[in-house]
Ligand binder design. Structure first.
Ligand SMILES: NC(=O)c1ccc[n+]([C@@H]2O[C@H](COP(=O)([O-])OP(=O)(O)OC[C@H]3O[C@@H](n4cnc5c(N)ncnc54)[C@H](O)[C@@H]3O)[C@@H](O)[C@H]2O)c1
Length: 311
């Protein structure tokens, strides 16, 4: 059974590890989990409880915790007999390299070892692994149990066969896989998100707008379009009858204007305070749990619309 991807190990059960576990459970996988912090068990069980009603509707399935979820006391115990291991330790190259190495020493030789890293280079974190050809990045988006995108990034030693194997696995559990031709820091989506994040921090830092103004600038305009089309197709439509050609003629010169800064500002105490207070006001004292439920239901409705109108 070593090759079976019916048994999955999840190492690190914070926000992302927990999201993966819930997606795996709804896809009828047996999931063995390990986190060095004992308090994560409560967080995971609470998240399963919080999301179960909504997700039973979305997946049209129920999970059976007793038969599917197993808490382990070590990496070694968790990865034994697993067909795929999803690593979700904190984003730190040195730590992840060590965790991936530990996983690789005990995992079945044929098991895929996938890191959820948001931007680290797979060649770096596979460097000390045993059989590094099966180590790759599978970068998901929060909440993992609802958002389909997963970026698959090969390291220099990752084989094509293992990327294909991972691709099949994630596709089967309802995900939209995006395989990068070669590794680059930040991959694709986080590079795009990060450019907006950096620009937003400059705008706050220089006092042009509040955190709410900047969120509204996305929510009521570009964000609605982005749910259906990305930047390129959206801008193609911005060019009228001639599409992208006219768009480039009209807005091409703006590329030379000082519209964006992109180099991140220094994260001073003052800037941190503005952002933390701003988002606190925006959340109207709603708990993270309450906001997560709102987000989850919104994402379900939006995905129904996306299916209906997709070009
Ligand atoms: N939060 C996001 O939106 C997001 C999205 C995509 C990918 N990621 C990536 O997922 C990974 C985890 O991020 P997160 O947001 O879940 O962080 P988190 O802080 O919520 O969780 C990290 C977990 O790792 C555990 N941990 C600490 N040391 C460990 C070790 N040595 N071995 C195993 N587990 C260990 C912690 O106890 C904690 O439960 C990071 O690589 C991050 O970049 C995060």
């Amino acid at each position: 059974m070593q090759d079976s991807q019916d048994t999955i190990a999840v190492i690190g059960t914070g926000v992302i590890g927990t999201g993966w576990i819930i997606r795996f459970l709804f896809n009828k996988k047996k999931v063995k989990v390990f986190d060095p912090s004992k308090k994560q068990k409560k967080f995971l069980l609470n998240e399963i409880k919080r999301t179960s009603k909504t997700l039973e509707r979305f997946y049209a399935k129920k999970i059976n915790l007793e038969k599917q979820l197993f808490f382990c006391n070590s990496v070694q115990e968790a990865v034994k007999n697993a067909g795929l291991i999803q690593e979700n330790a904190p984003e730190n190259e040195k730590l992840k390299t060590k965790v991936i190495k530990d996983i690789s020493l005990s995992a079945p030789k044929s098991a895929i070892i996938a890191s959820s890293s948001s931007g680290l280079l797979p060649s770096k974190i596979q460097a000390q692994a045993k059989n590094p050809e099966r180590v790759l990045i599978a970068h998901p988006f929060n909440p993992v149990y609802l958002l389909p995108l997963v970026e698959l990034v090969p390291g220099k030693k990752t084989t094509k066969a293992n990327i294909l194997k991972a691709n099949r696995f994630y596709s089967k559990i309802g995900m939209k896989t995006l395989t990068l031709k070669k590794e680059l820091p930040g991959y694709l989506s986080d590079r795009l998100q990060e450019s907006m994040w950096r620009e937003s921090l400059h705008i706050i830092n220089e006092g042009y707008a509040s955190t709410k103004d900047l969120d509204d600038a996305i929510i009521y305009g570009p964000g609605l379009r982005w749910s259906l089309m990305g930047t390129f197709l959206t801008f193609h439509l911005a060019g009228g009858e001639s599409g992208m050609k006219h768009m480039l003629e009209q807005f091409g010169p703006a590329l030379k204007l000082p519209w964006t800064k992109l180099k991140a500002p220094k994260l001073t105490d003052n800037l941190k305070k503005k952002i933390i207070q701003g988002t606190k006001i925006q959340s109207k004292n709603k708990s993270i749990e309450n906001l997560s439920n709102l987000r989850d239901n919104f994402l379900i409705d939006l995905q129904k619309l996306l299916k209906k109108y997709k070009v």
